[in-house]
Structures are given as C-alpha cells and as structure tokens.
Design a protein around this ligand. Structure first.
Ligand code: XMP
Length: 514
C-alpha cells in the first residue's frame, strides 16, 4: 500500500530465522520483505531491490532435494549477502567447495577477522563472538572470493567478492548471540547496498493515511474489531484517514475477560472518530455451546457462530464500501516449511463469504511485523494497555473452561483471572511474562472455610515465557506473588476453594489447556 523506494529481499531457503532477518533489517530503518526461494527471477528483477539476503536452511547443498536458485541472481548487479546455508549455496553456485564436517559447529564461537578493512567488518573487532549452527562448511572459497574471517573449526567463516558485491557469512548475524551481528547487517545495508534508512514509523503513518484517503475517497469502510492489537491499530489508522466514514463492528460473544468489552468500546468511542457498532451475543453463544465438551468442536462452534453474526452485521453496515482487516505481515508470508500436524485450529486471515460484495479489501498493516504494529499503535494514541496486550485466543475463555461452558463458569473464571492479572500488574512482573491467565479445569475439590466444608471449583494459573509461542517455558513467578494470588482468589472469588500452578513447558503441554 505504501510506496517503498528502498527494499531488501530476504530470499527464504527454509531457515528458522527468516522472519528474524527481515526484522533485523527493519531495525536499521530499511524495509525488508521475505519471498520463498521458488519466486521467479523476473519478479525479483521488477522490484528494484537494493540488496538480497539468502537465508539459512536445514539442508545440505548437495542434496538433490535441497533448495537452489538460478545463478543469474548473482549477476543482476544487486548486492547479495548469504547467511549460513545461503553462504554455502553461494559457494556451490560459484563452483567453490562445500564439505561435510565430522563435527558440527554449534553455539557461540570466536571468529577472527582476517580482513578488517572489509566493508562488512567496519567497526567490528578482529576477534569477536558469533552464533554458529552448521555441519557442512566451506573448504574452498570460489574463485574471485576472498576469505575474510575464520574460526578454529571453520576455515571460511566469511568471504566476499568485492567486485560483484557478494558477501557471505557462515554464522548468523541476525541472532543476538552474535556480538556484532547488528553492526555487520548495518554495514551490509548502508555500506554495501547504499541504503539511506527511510523506513520509519512516522513516515509509514503519514504515507498510509494519504494512500488510504486516496483509495477510500468518500466511500464507507467497515472493519471487524476484535479488541486485539492488530485490528485496534488498523481501526486507529483508518479513523485518522477517513474519520466517521469508518464503521467498526465489535462482536462480544461473552467469552472475553472481565470488563474487556466495555474497555474496548470506551476506548474507541472516546478516543477515535468512527461509528462503533457493538453486537452482544453472549447468550446465543452459550446456548449453542450447551453440552459441548470437545475442544475442537467448541472452537468450530465459536468460530462459525462468530462469523455468522459478524458477516450479518458487516453486510448490514457497509455492503458496497470497503472491507478492512488487521492482517499483519507474518500472516501473509508463505512459510517455506512443510505442513505441520494440526494441533489446534487457529485463524488469522478472514475468509470472505461469496455473497458479500465490497469495492475492495484494505489491509493497512500487511507490511508490518507485530512490534512495528505496536509502535504505530502507540504513535496513534491507543492506550498502552491495549497496544501491549498479551495474546488472547479467538475463542476466548471458551478454551480456558474445560468441559461444558456455562454462564456460571464464565463468571468464576473472569473473576479469578481479573484478580490474577491485577496481582501481576501490582507486582511489576508483567513485562517478564509472555502470557498469563487462569483456567477453569471443571474440577471441584473439598475445602474448608471457617467451620464449613466446601466443595467448589479449582482454578489453575498458567503463565509462560516464550519468544515465538511455538515453544514455551512455565514462568518462574516468585512464591510470595503466587501466594498472594492464591489467597486473593480463594477469598475474593465465590465458588473457588483451591488454586494450582501449571508447571508444564510447551512441548509437551500447550499454552492453552484446550
Ligand atoms: P497453544 O495453546 O497452541 O497456543 O500453545 C499458542 C498461542 O496461540 C493462542 N491460541 C489461539 N489463538 N485461536 C487463536 O486465535 C485459537 O483457537 C487459539 N488457541 C491457542 C494461545 O493463546 C497462544 O498465544
């Protein structure tokens, strides 16, 4: 949507750090986009890239099935940086020699820079620590390339062909364990590719608002607001662009955290210019979920009911205008990896029903990563509480109540969760936790209160730390905080007489209980 003059292509060869590379490039105020290694070279030629980065990948260049690319890419006159597998691929493409080492080089490794005057190693000490993760290694750099760094076990930790502007490193500069990784990437972007660093969030907002105004004109635009970060930021951006031509539809299915629906409504009606439509349908949802205990069936019912209500309202509000959604960049990247087993069904991009006709779909954030979205959100004046909100699953508390969902259980869980969040906030450790919430396992236990025997709900506390939500560890919350949480929950929340802490990592557990 925005006109970006200065772009870097991250060519994905299946490495686990492809998104991280793009993020790191953007940290230097240069826009980076990821394309799979299957992209046609003609598409690359059209884009006017300032530089290309070959990512790492799990394969060996000599495997018949390993990802390769046409050698022509090295002759386009565009600077190239190969990382790990990308470095080996360049060697292979240029007739150097890659061999299998007896011993893998893994972890923090010291390298020696042989050519300190290399553009890539400007401001980098001759001895420094990098992150390595490879078994194959370059035993002979290709003709025309000079080895610029080495380690004890790796004769070619970096190489370059200055004339052709091709650089390659065996290590991972994008990983924070590489001491000077940031500097090395910056050197590639600014000294080799000659970027100027025009990708900044202030200019992103200005440019996007301008182009949204041009696209929307005097028409209407409707957006589904979930109260999550992405749709909230998209709403604020659209509001800034077209004010009350924007209608936000907010479906409250009764499965949100305590007071959350009211908070979202208040934020958007008070702070932003727009038409805000709230649909309260908690009762209908609970009746549809009566008797349902299977997690996947619950998800399906909540999902399909949600979209039924959602599209009916959207249709009523803006058929014929534009439809907007808060899709972000990671939702759009085609992952290079194979089909993993479906553990749980989550949805990112909304599928449009066939019977609704819009003038077009607008996704103002589809070039941004999550933390860039948050920066935009803060700049647009969305409260910090919303911008830095922890992830909340689409089916809401529906997947945090084990077994059948009832109004009473929702209430108990909302109250307990409210206390837990309040205590964590007060203790000042929110920033250390990636996600924290309460679960109602649908178990009743015997307790004693005063002189009375009780037989009431058990509440489980879940708190995790994670970088990517694919793996996670249980958070080491100090005992005294846990004690306060437990005390308050059993005292303040009716029908709870016991609290337990979930100390399972992911895998084998998942973050949510269902
Ligand atoms: P799990 O439980 O799979 O969760 O370890 C990983 C992350 O995904 C969130 N999650 C969901 N998000 N719909 C969503 O939109 C879902 O059905 C769903 N299930 C889990 C979870 O909160 C965590 O952040």
């Amino acid at each position: 949507m925005v006109n970006i003059n200065e772009k870097i292509l991250v060519l994905d060869f299946g490495g686990q750090y492809n998104q991280l590379i793009a993020r790191r490039v953007r940290d230097h105020n240069v826009y980076a986009e990821i394309k799979q290694y299957t992209v046609d070279i003609e598409e690359i030629k059209k884009e006017n890239y300032k530089g290309i980065i070959f990512t790492g990948g799990p394969n060996s260049v000599y495997d018949m099935s390993s990802p390769h690319y046409s050698k022509e890419i090295l002759d386009l006159g565009i600077p190239v940086l190969g990382i790990c597998y990308g470095c080996q691929l360049i060697t292979y493409m240029c007739d150097g020699k890659v061999e299998n080492a007896e011993k893998s080089e893994y972890g923090k490794i010291k390298i020696n820079v042989k050519k300190p005057e290399s553009k890539l190693f400007k401001d980098v000490p001759t001895e420094n620590i990098v992150w390595m993760s490879h078994t194959d290694y370059i035993s002979e750099a290709p003709k025309g390339f000079e080895v610029t760094a080495f380690s004890d076990d790796c004769p070619c930790a970096a190489m370059e062909n200055v004339e052709k502007n091709i650089y390659a490193v065996q290590f991972h500069p994008e990983v924070t364990h590489s001491q000077y990784g940031k500097t090395i990437l910056k050197n590639f972007l600014y000294d080799v590719c000659r970027c100027t660093g025009e990708w900044q969030m202030d200019s992103f907002i200005e440019d996007t608002v301008k182009s949204l105004r041009e696209i929307i004109g005097d028409k209407k635009v409707v957006l589904g607001l979930s109260g999550g970060v992405d749709s909230s930021v998209a709403a604020a951006l659209l509001s800034k662009a077209v004010g009350n031509q924007l209608t936000c539809v907010f479906v409250d299915q009764g499965l949100m955290r305590k007071n959350e629906g009211d908070f979202v409504e208040e934020t958007f009606t008070k702070l932003f210019d727009m038409k805000f439509v709230r649909v309260n349908c908690g009762e209908e949802f609970i009746s549809k979920l009566k008797g349902i205990v299977d997690p996947e069936q619950k998800r399906k019912i909540i999902g399909s009911e949600f979209y039924k209500v959602f599209w009916a309202k959207i249709k009523e509000e803006a058929e014929g205008g534009f439809f907007a959604q808060g899709t972000i960049y990671p939702d759009c990247i085609e992952s290079g990896k194979g089909n993993a087993d479906t553990i749980k069904t989550h949805h990112n991009k909304v599928k449009m029903p066939d019977d609704i006709k819009f003038d077009g779909v607008i996704e103002p954030l589809n070039e941004l990563f999550k933390d860039e979205v948050r920066v935009v959100g803060e700049k647009l004046g969305i409260p910090k509480e919303l911008v830095w909100r922890q992830p909340f699953p689409g089916p809401g508390l529906g997947v945090r109540i084990i077994g059948e969902i009832t109004e009473e259980k929702i209430k108990v869980l909302q109250e307990a969760d409210f206390v837990f969040r309040d205590e964590i906030k007060k203790s000042g450790i929110s920033g250390d936790l990636s996600q924290f919430f309460c679960v109602l396992p649908n178990v009743r236990t015997v307790g004693v209160m005063g002189d009375h025997r009780t037989y009431d709900h058990l509440i489980a506390i879940r708190a995790v730390t994670t970088d990517d939500f694919m793996t996670a560890d249980f958070a080491r919350i100090p005992y005294d905080i846990l004690a306060r949480v437990s005390n308050r929950i059993v005292n303040e929340v009716q029908h709870v007489n016991r609290v337990v802490y979930d100390i399972t990592s992911k895998p084998p557990g998942t973050i949510e209980w269902e």
